[in-house]
Each structure stands twice: as structure tokens, then as C-alpha cells.
Write a protein that binds this ligand. Structure first.
Ligand code: ADP
Ligand code: MG
Length: 353
């Protein structure tokens, strides 16, 4: 006879390949119902962007079909993103589950491109996503999202002013760009910066978010320090290009995050190779290849993926229509989607560790 217990027993050996624990133990199998030889249940993943969703579904089906009474298996897939734990000295943002810093040793390597597009990719997969553009020296996320003319509105509340984020391309966002005049040189001192970053974290009406992605200023400085000390960071993503100079900076960034005891989720090698628009099946190594792989091996940090150099990716950024929306099937969009899934998977691992 089929019953809940025999179903759970059959599913007990099936593991989440990333969390390396049984789906049953992780309470990922819920609402089991049995009608004759048909078994239905809900599979609750730890992220809507689960990179191994199909594999887990297959493993469940296979395990259940080993029961002679089972003919058909129907699985409804949903997700509940876990929340990162805060240290006693840190203050979480209410309803924001995971905060991710996208960082690089130097500017121009594609940090904003990666931050904006992975944020959109996660939202397209069903996550609730925010983007905090913390790059005071070059706040270009508004341009990339085509919202540079927007104004952030302020709500007066008894507990203080609250900024209303902008909603565009499926994500909520705030930017330094909305608070400073274009062309005006920015000279922030440490304490002022600290104040504004804290305002962007705690005095924005973020609402419920699975992921808040922070586009960091380049290098290692006050913003990084404030972020690390204020909020529980799910981890940092380091963006680099294959060139040596860029890699040296990436190493420095990795060391800083290690000192601040921030989990490094991995390295993204951007502008890895060039795909000419007229010859989409060709690729050329412009900056030399393998830099990201080498850095990942030497520093024992996962390589999250390689993003090719594509003209449509830059054009999308300039025109304010991100590539995930304008050319979702392009090589760079596909690479960025896979990177977003890798990030989501690693965050679940960190939250449940
Ligand atoms: N893979 C890529 N292919 C083509 N252009 C890119 C790519 N990555 C970034 N760019 C372009 O390079 C410039 C710098 O990228 P950006 O994301 O602003 O870097 P950062 O935030 O690190 O300063 C932008 O014009 C962007 O559109
Ligand atoms: Mg930038």
C-alpha cells in the first residue's frame, strides 16, 4: 500500500546535490497526495533560480518509480529562499533575505554589467530582487536600466525618511546617481559615505527581497567596510577580466574580503572572449585566455562563469535595455543566467550551513 511514509522512505536517499543532504531531511518534500497509482507532491527548492532543478526532479521521479505501485509522478515546484544569519554586531534589513556584493579591484571590468544583469536574471527566474548601486565614483546602473531621469521619492515617516526605490526591468533599485548631480565630482569622506550607505540599506522601502545585489565601487575602501560591518552579507562576487593587471586587483579584492570574513561566492571572468556579431559561431581571445580559471585555482575560489565580449551587451548598457531583456538568447545573456544560478545555489549553501 502506498502511503506518505512509503513515499518519504523512497525519497529519503534523494539528495540535494548542492546541499548534500536528503530532500526529506531538508523538508523539501511537502503536500504529498496519493490517488491510486498517482503520486503528487510539492518540491520546495531553496531558490527559484536553482541550477539543478531538472536533475532533482528526475532523481525524485526515478526513486518513486522504483515502487511497483507508482505509475505516475506529478511534482509541483516552488521555492523558499533561506535567510542569511547575522552576527550579533550586524543588523539585518527587515524582509531582505540575502545581500550580495558585486565587487572588483578596478573600474571598467564589468561590475555593473554583471550586477544589473544577474539581478534581472534572478528576477526573471521568479526571485524578488533589489539592486543597490553603491558605486559613488561611477553610478551607472541607472543608465544601464534606462532610468537615469527618474527621481527617487521620499516618504516621511515617524521613524525617519524612507526612500521609495525605482522599479524597472523587474527589479527594485536605488542609486548614488539619484543623489548626486551628474558631472559633479564626488568627494565623500568616510563618515559621510558610511551614512549614505546605511541609508541605502536601512531607509529604503525594499519590501520582501530574496536577493539584494550591491554594485560596489571599485577597490577596497570605506563602502566595503561599512557593508561588511552593518549587514550580514551572503557573499561577494569578484568580477575580473583575463588581463594580468586586472587579476592582480582581483587578488587584492579577494584578500580584503577574506580579512573582513566575507564569504567569497566566486569569480566571474568578464570580456573573456570576443564573439563577432557577424560571425556568432566564432570566438577570439582578445585579452588572453584562462585568467579567471587560473585565479580560481590559485585562490581556491569557484569560477562562476565566463562572459564573452559582445557588442550587444555594451549597446544594451548604453541604451538602457539590459541584454537579458534585449537579447536573452545571446551568448553573454546565457552566460549571465548561468552565473546568476550559480550565485543563488551558493547562497543557499551558505545560508543553510
Ligand atoms: N562582456 C562585455 N561585452 C561588451 N561590453 C561590455 C562587457 N562588459 C562590460 N562591457 C562594457 O564595458 C563598460 C564598462 O563596464 P561596467 O559594467 O560599467 O564596468 P564597471 O562597473 O566595473 O566599471 C560598459 O560600457 C559596458 O557596457
Ligand atoms: Mg560600475
Amino acid at each position: 500500500m502506498l502511503n506518505n511514509e512509503s513515499i518519504l522512505n523512497a525519497l529519503q536517499p534523494v539528495q540535494d546535490p548542492e546541499l548534500k543532504k536528503s530532500l526529506v531531511t531538508l523538508n523539501m518534500i511537502r503536500n504529498i497526495s496519493i490517488e491510486d497509482s498517482k503520486v503528487k507532491f510539492t518540491l520546495v527548492l531553496t531558490t527559484p533560480a536553482c541550477p539543478l532543478k531538472e536533475l532533482i526532479i528526475q532523481d525524485c521521479e526515478k526513486a518513486l518509480k522504483e515502487l511497483p505501485e507508482v505509475q505516475t509522478v506529478e511534482i509541483e515546484v516552488t521555492s523558499e529562499t533561506p535567510t542569511q544569519k547575522a552576527l550579533p554586531t550586524q543588523q539585518s534589513i527587515s524582509e531582505v533575505k540575502n545581500i550580495i556584493a558585486v565587487s572588483s579591484g578596478k573600474g571598467g571590468v564589468g561590475k555593473s554589467t554583471v550586477a544589473v544583469n544577474t539581478a534581472i536574471a534572478l528576477a526573471q527566474m521568479g526571485a524578488k530582487v533589489g539592486l543597490l548601486d553603491a558605486d559613488i565614483y561611477g553610478p551607472n546602473a541607472p543608465t544601464m536600466l534606462g532610468v537615469e531621469d527618474y527621481q527617487v521619492t521620499v516618504q516621511k515617516r515617524p521613524e525617519g525618511d524612507i526612500l521609495e526605490p525605482i522599479f524597472s526591468s523587474g527589479i527594485k533599485m536605488v542609486s548614488m546617481g539619484f543623489l548626486i548631480n551628474p558631472g559633479q565630482p564626488v568627494v565623500w569622506r568616510g563618515p559621510m559615505l558610511n551614512g549614505i550607505i546605511r541609508q541605502f540599506l536601512y531607509q529604503v522601502n525594499w519590501g520582501p527581497l530574496d536577493y539584494l545585489i550591491v554594485d560596489m565601487p571599485p577597490g577596497t575602501g570605506d563602502v566595503q567596510l561599512t557593508l561588511a560591518q552593518s549587514v550580514p552579507l551572503a557573499g561577494a562576487v569578484i568580477v575580473t577580466t583575463p588581463q594580468n593587471v586586472s587579476l592582480v586587483d582581483a587578488y587584492r579584492g579577494v584578500k580584503m574580503f577574506e580579512q573582513l570574513k566575507i564569504n567569497i561566492l566566486g569569480i566571474v571572468e568578464n570580456m573573456s572572449y570576443f564573439i563577432p556579431p557577424d560571425l556568432p559561431n566564432h570566438s577570439y581571445d582578445i585579452f588572453g585566455s584562462g585568467g579567471g580559471i587560473k585565479a580560481s585555482e590559485e585562490l581556491q575560489i569557484p569560477l562562476l562563469g565566463l562572459v564573452p565580449l559582445e557588442i550587444s551587451l555594451r549597446e544594451g548598457g548604453d541604451k538602457g535595455v539590459p541584454i537579458l531583456i534585449s537579447h536573452p538568447q545571446s551568448a553573454s545573456a546565457r552566460a549571465l543566467k548561468l552565473i546568476a544560478q550559480q550565485i543563488a545555489g551558493k547562497i543557499s549553501v551558505a545560508a543553510l550551513a
